[in-house]
Design a protein around this ligand. Structure first.
Ligand SMILES: [Zn+2]
Length: 109
């Protein structure tokens, strides 16, 4: 595989599978996950954890903002995932799913 960074990346909302395509979602013929038929979300850059959780539909942007503000106000740096979990905004399973997706979407150089 060459120039993988030119491809569009999608994650399945349902099973968290990552798919690559040369075309954007708008022109993609098959808009559902080949594995489970779940809805695909397009990512062109490596998203932040909060963005993935919002895209998955398990977190709303208001709650994400509250958590980010709280994170900023803390003297000690705490991962956003831990804050979300502590506040009860996301479940452990959803958080692990989002972390796995983020890991898959991060290109190793
Ligand atoms: Zn799927």
């Amino acid at each position: 595989m060459e120039s993988e960074e030119m491809a569009y990346r999608y994650i399945c909302k349902q099973c968290g599978s990552v798919w690559y395509s040369a075309s954007s979602l708008d022109t993609l013929y098959k808009k559902n996950c080949e594995k489970c038929g779940g809805e695909l979300i397009e990512f062109t850059t490596t998203p932040k954890l909060g963005e993935i959780l919002v895209a998955l539909g398990v977190l709303n942007t208001a709650r994400l903002q509250i958590s980010l503000n709280l994170q900023k106000s803390l003297k000690k740096k705490i991962q956003i995932g831990k804050i979300l979990l502590r506040l009860g905004f996301v479940g452990r399973e959803d958080l692990l799913k989002a972390l796995e997706i983020q890991r898959k979407l991060s290109f190793q150089s």
